[in-house]
Structures are given as structure tokens and as C-alpha cells.
Design a protein around this ligand. Structure first.
Ligand code: JCF
Length: 697
């Protein structure tokens, strides 16, 4: 007969301690974006608690962190009637409509100064749910449904670590009903689809679909594996006579109870500040780690909300400001093929012009042949295009239901559309290329544009239009020809007055004096970006040494693998290219050997990781700046990581960094260090009068 182990005070204490630590870890992580436990430490404690509870099942409490994943509801999801209906919001699509909302509210409240306080937050693009707590314990969770009746999905919602199973704090109301959005962050979505791809299961189209599908799983075990998060935005019921008087104070109370609210939540006063909030949020949109489709604006004072009341299904005291849509539908009229600098042939969709997120779009990229196949696109189709930030508009899908008669297949060219060479497609590569190199006018144009660009030889005033003419008139065939142009001849070009012809000559003269990294970069060798050009220059010191390097020598260069090495080797072994280099030097292009290391590389040999969102730059910019300082930028944290830059929303990578004792920088300290490194105030540069930037954290 098995005997139950004795229950000792130490045991009670350990169980209580583990539960407190696990709840606290969730609270610090979700409410304060400030993890206290690493994933590994969290799991270790959770397993220990599971083990203790399995030996003493009578000590299991329904709000124990081990009790998040329960059994599936036998009857599917029950209907749940909302005690207070779940509202929808009226929309405003521009500043005028926001102003009209403010005016309506002020008139109704008989206020004649524009000083009303609003509480604003991003409008998350997820699914609305409602949670009921009785005496501090989660008793029910339901979807919005039609606003009056939803589906009871309590067991699924219990699996979300950002949903407290019991409320924190001392003065807990007998009844609390909290509403909010369940969503999946961009990073969670990437990880989820990555896993799906590895397991060969279906990938999700977008985070919202993934969240919806995950919430409607009958088995909470499945839901528990999905990176769902909850963000609270409204209190539907609270039976506390001491309850706050404003919406913003209620949100603060929710945080005390252990709910995450949106970090962008803010109070603003007056319509001008309101418009500014919406504008700033729009600018920030791309940098957030979750999808939003606008801002929710609420009259902050609850007394005024009650006075304003409702119309039909929407409150008079709130409005949703919707950002301009990033997706639009239009007709795909034709497909043209563009030849890039390296000969890559890119299909470009010509569209019936439409305004997308404020810009008129008449072209969109189709990427490559595989993408055309994936989309199943045909000429004449109705297509959805998407434009986000300053990226090139893309065709995201075909609306097959609206396919008209007489659509035509998109034929990929077998000959280069510019020079007529047979195209080639290397096995395993998605790209089709024109192999003609600089014999192809399209590639010559692109090569010249690259040569003249700001980070290469930086030839001021040599723009696309002039380059096109120079190539078409065959005045310029190689970059070296640029340096033999005469002002008199240039002035003949349409749109180039005598003055700017001379300016261009002056700019060319100035650009002759460059640096070795810029020169190498300007040559446009495949896969050789700025960082690699810098590494090559530093490694070999002189152009001659680089040109003579064997494959093995090239592979010894920092960050240069076999592919890049092969491209560099092939480039300098092509007689044509050697000739161009010689002509450039004959034409007077020069650099000081010493300038090779003009740019400080204080982070050489270090690996950095960026995680979360940054305010002042995109992660890509941060990455580029670190690389320019010599650092490698990696996606995962290890013992060897030199530093982690963590913005809001940082999750497991930050936790890992802390676990491994890797230095972590917030945005402010990252920026000040970047500035110091970029100005050369590093140990390596030996500028001892500069203050040390190695102060202890
Ligand atoms: O983030 C949202 N989708 C969101 C929806 C935020 C809010 O503050 C909301 C909402 C729907 C209704 N507030 C209400 C009253």
C-alpha cells in the first residue's frame, strides 16, 4: 500500500513560495516589461511545483500556476450572456472626423473650452474577450460574439500567462469584469510559423488569424502552445465604492490587479494634443511588435462618460481613429521585367493606380518566379496590394472570386528584356538572371548608380535621369568614363543647364579622392556590402593585395564565407573588371592607405543582439550602425554575446542575456555608446582625453 508523504510546514511554505514567485514573474514580465526570471528558471520552478502538487493532490488550488492547462470542455464552448453588452466603437478616418467627435462631445456636455481630457491607446488588431473575477478568482472568460452573447472559452483563456488566475493586492472587489484584446505579437507569430514550417503543418496568414484559430481550439493543451497575449482596455463591472473616477485611473488599478495594459496608453488634454497623439502613434506603428489598426480615444472622466451615454451599440464617449488602410485592391494590368545591378530579373506589376496609406501606387513588386506561382497571379486579375512604411509595395494575394474572363498567364522571359542574352536560373536559387554583366545596358546603368551613390563614391548630382542618358548616348560605358566627361558636352544634355554641368564636373573631381573601403564597395561586387568592403580593405590593406588574393586568403577575412569569397575572386579574375579598375586609377581615383582604418571599429570581433522595439531607429538601422563599428549582429544570445540592446517588448532574448550575465543596454545607454564609438571615443582609438565609456552599469 502506498503511503502519502507527510505534509509539513516546510512543504506548505515551499509551495506557497513557488506560487508567489511564478505569479510575480508573470506580473513583472507582462505588466512591467521587466522579466525577473528566465524561461529556464520559470520552467524549473513550475516543474518543482507540479512535482510537489502531484505528491499532495489535496494541496492543489485552482489558481495555482500549474492549473493553467485543464481539460477540454465536454460540450464544446457554451453560450455566455454578457451582463454588460460588449460595445463596438464608431470610427473616425481622419483629423476632421476626430475634430467632429470632440465637438459633438463638448456640445453635448455644454462645455465651451477645448480642454477635455481623453485617454488614448493603440487599437490592437486581435480578438476582444471578457473576463469575470469573483472574489479575486477568474471564473469565466468569453469571446465578444455578437456583443450580447459570446462563447465561453474559459479553459483556453486560463492558459494565457498574461491573464491572472487570481487578482493581486489587498483590496480586491467582489466582482470585476475586465475586457481586453487577445493577440499575438510579431515575434510570437514568427516563432509560431517557424515551428509550423519545421513540423510541416499549416502556416498562418497573419497574427490575427493565428490568434483567432488558437482561441477556438477545443483542446486547451493546443492553445497553451500558442503565443497568445492579453492586454486589458476596459472595466465593464467593478463593485468597489472606492473605484476610481477616471478611465485612466481604472487602467492603473487594473495594473495593480496584475493585468497588462498598453504601454502606449496616455492621457491628453484638448483636441490639438489628441491629434498629435494619433499622428505620433501612426509614425510609431511600424516599430511596434504587434499589429494595430488605429487608436481608441475615450473621454477620461467616468462621470462624463455616464452623462454622454450611448447611441445604438456604440458609446458617445469613445471613438476609434482608423489609420489609412495599408492594403487596397486594384487591377493587375501588366507585368514588366526589370534588370537589376547584378542581372537579377524582377517581375514588376503594373497596376491601376490606387491610393494606399496616403500614397498613389501604380507599381508593385512580384519578387520572383516562385512568388508568381505561389500567388497564382494572372494578368487582368484583381489583386490586393500592401504598402507599409517606405518599403516597396507588394502584391499580397489574388482575389480569385473576382477573376474576370480573358486573364493571361504571366510568362517569364527567356531572354534579357534589355540586352537579349539568354537568361539563367541556378538550381536552388529563386532568382532568374541576365548573365551579360556590364555588356547589358540595364546592368551598366545600375552599376553606375551604385558607383555614384552616397555611400560609394558619393558623386553629388549624378542622378538616375542623367545616368540613363549617359548610357543611352554611350558616352559612358564603365565608371572610368565618368571621369573623362567634359562640362561642355554635359551641358548639351536636356535638363542639365550649364551651371549644373559644371557642378557635376566639380563633384566628379571631388569624388576622385575617396577611401579604399568606399572604392571596393563602389565596384559593386556581388554580396559585398559596406561592412564586407570595410573588412576586405582592413584585412588586405591595399587594393593590389586584395586583387591578388587567393580564395583561401579571402575566406580568412572576418565575415567572409565561401560564397562571398568566390564572388570577390571571380570579380577580380575577370579581365574586364581588372581593366576598369586600372582605368579608374588612371583617371585619378585615389585614396590614402591610412584612411583604410579611418572609421573606428571598436566592436571588431564582438557579437551583438538587438531585441524589442527601439524608438529612435528601426532594428535594421541599429544593426547597420553596429556593423559599421565592426560588430556582428546575431539573432540569438549566447555566452559569447558582447551586448544585448533591449527595447520595450523584449522577451526571451533579454531573459537569456540576464541568465548568461551578458551586458544589456536600454535605448538611451545604447544611443550614448553608439555616439561615443562613432565619434572614435573608444579605447582602441586612444583618445585618452575622452571620458571612458566603460563605466559600470
Ligand atoms: O485595442 C482594441 N482593439 C480596443 C477595443 C481598445 C479599447 O480601448 C476598446 C475597444 C473596444 C471597445 N474600448 C472599447 C470600449
Amino acid at each position: 500500500m502506498s503511503q502519502k508523504p507527510p505534509e509539513t510546514p516546510e512543504l506548505f511554505e515551499e509551495i506557497a513560495q513557488l506560487r508567489t514567485e511564478l505569479d510575480e514573474a508573470n506580473y513583472r514580465y507582462y505588466v512591467h516589461d521587466d522579466p525577473t526570471l528566465t524561461d529556464a528558471d520559470y520552467d524549473r520552478r513550475l516543474r518543482r511545483l507540479q512535482e510537489l502538487e502531484s505528491r499532495h493532490p489535496d494541496l492543489i488550488a485552482p489558481d495555482s500556476p500549474t492549473q493553467r492547462v485543464g481539460a477540454a470542455p465536454a460540450e464544446g464552448f457554451p453560450e455566455v450572456k454578457h451582463a454588460v453588452p460588449m460595445l463596438s466603437l464608431d470610427n473616425a478616418f481622419n483629423d476632421e472626423e476626430i475634430m467632429a467627435f470632440v465637438k459633438r462631445v463638448n456640445e453635448r456636455l455644454e462645455r465651451d473650452s477645448d480642454d477635455l481630457t481623453f485617454c488614448c491607446e493603440p487599437k490592437l488588431d486581435g480578438l476582444a474577450v471578457s473576463l469575470v473575477y469573483e472574489n479575486g478568482a477568474l471564473v469565466s472568460g468569453a469571446t465578444r460574439g455578437d456583443g450580447r452573447t459570446g462563447e465561453g472559452i474559459t479553459s483556453n483563456l486560463r492558459t494565457l500567462r498574461s491573464i491572472p488566475l487570481k487578482l493581486r493586492g489587498e483590496s480586491i472587489p467582489q466582482l470585476l469584469e475586465v475586457r481586453g484584446e487577445v493577440y499575438i505579437s510579431h515575434s510570437g507569430f514568427e516563432a509560431l510559423n517557424e515551428r509550423a514550417r519545421k513540423e510541416g503543418s499549416k502556416v498562418f496568414a497573419n497574427p490575427r488569424n493565428a490568434a483567432a484559430g488558437s482561441l477556438r481550439q477545443l483542446d486547451p493543451q493546443v492553445t497553451a502552445q500558442r503565443p497568445l497575449e492579453f492586454c486589458a482596455y476596459q472595466v465593464a463591472r467593478i463593485d468597489d465604492y472606492n473605484a476610481p473616477m477616471t478611465h485612466s485611473a481604472l487602467m492603473a488599478r487594473l495594473r495593480e490587479f496584475g493585468f497588462r495594459t498598453n504601454p502606449e496608453l496616455d492621457r491628453v488634454q484638448g483636441s490639438a494634443a489628441l491629434l498629435t497623439y494619433c499622428q505620433h502613434l501612426g509614425e510609431k506603428r511600424e516599430r511596434l511588435d504587434y499589429d494595430i489598426d488605429g487608436a481608441v480615444i475615450k473621454v477620461d472622466e467616468l462621470r462624463l462618460q455616464r452623462e454622454l451615454g450611448f447611441v445604438a451599440r456604440a458609446p458617445r464617449w469613445a471613438i476609434a481613429y482608423k489609420f489609412p488602410a495599408q492594403e487596397q485592391t486594384t487591377w493587375l494590368k501588366a507585368v514588366e521585367f526589370q534588370v537589376g545591378r547584378t542581372g537579377a530579373i524582377t517581375p514588376v506589376a503594373r497596376l491601376d493606380p490606387v491610393t494606399v496609406a496616403g500614397a498613389l501606387v501604380s507599381n508593385a513588386t512580384l519578387h520572383n518566379q516562385d512568388e508568381i506561382v505561389r500567388l497564382g497571379a494572372m494578368i487582368g486579375d484583381r489583386v490586393v496590394i500592401r504598402r507599409a512604411g517606405d518599403v516597396i509595395p507588394q502584391v499580397v494575394r489574388v482575389i480569385e472570386d473576382e477573376r474576370p474572363e480573358g486573364v493571361l498567364p504571366i510568362e517569364f522571359p527567356r531572354h534579357c528584356p534589355v540586352c537579349g542574352s539568354d537568361v539563367e536560373r541556378i538550381d536552388g536559387e529563386a532568382v532568374v538572371r541576365c548573365p551579360a554583366g556590364l555588356f547589358c545596358a540595364a546592368q551598366r546603368k545600375e552599376a553606375l548608380k551604385h558607383f555614384a551613390s552616397r555611400r560609394a563614391l558619393d558623386i553629388d548630382g549624378l542622378g538616375t535621369k542623367i545616368i540613363d542618358q549617359l548610357i543611352e548616348r554611350e558616352w559612358v560605358k564603365t565608371p572610368a568614363d565618368l571621369f573623362h566627361l567634359k562640362a561642355q558636352a554635359l551641358a548639351e544634355l536636356p535638363r542639365l543647364a550649364e551651371k549644373s554641368a559644371q557642378n557635376l564636373i566639380d563633384a566628379l573631381e571631388k569624388s576622385r579622392h575617396t577611401t579604399l573601403p568606399r572604392f571596393i564597395y563602389a565596384l559593386g561586387i556581388r554580396e559585398v556590402g559596406e561592412a564586407t568592403a570595410g573588412n576586405l580593405a582592413r584585412h588586405f590593406g591595399t587594393l593590389e593585395a586584395l586583387m591578388q588574393a587567393a580564395l583561401a586568403d579571402l575566406e580568412a577575412v572576418e565575415d567572409v564565407g565561401p560564397v562571398v569569397a568566390a564572388h570577390v575572386h571571380a570579380f577580380f579574375n575577370e579581365p574586364h573588371n581588372r581593366e576598369t579598375v586600372a582605368q579608374l586609377i588612371d583617371a585619378g581615383v585615389r585614396w590614402e592607405e591610412a584612411e583604410v582604418s579611418a572609421r573606428p571599429q571598436p566592436l571588431l570581433g564582438q557579437t551583438w543582439v538587438l531585441t524589442g522595439t527601439l524608438e529612435s531607429m528601426t532594428r535594421d538601422e541599429g544593426k547597420a550602425r553596429l556593423q559599421a563599428l565592426g560588430a556582428k549582429v546575431s539573432g540569438s544570445v549566447s555566452k559569447k554575446t558582447a551586448g544585448v540592446v533591449a527595447g520595450p517588448g523584449a522577451g526571451s532574448k533579454l531573459a537569456k542575456a540576464e541568465e548568461l550575465n551578458v551586458d544589456v543596454f536600454d535605448e538611451a545607454s545604447f544611443l550614448s555608446r553608439l555616439a561615443a564609438w562613432e565619434s572614435g571615443a573608444s579605447r582602441e582609438s586612444g583618445e585618452s582625453e575622452q571620458p571612458s565609456n566603460e563605466e559600470s552599469a
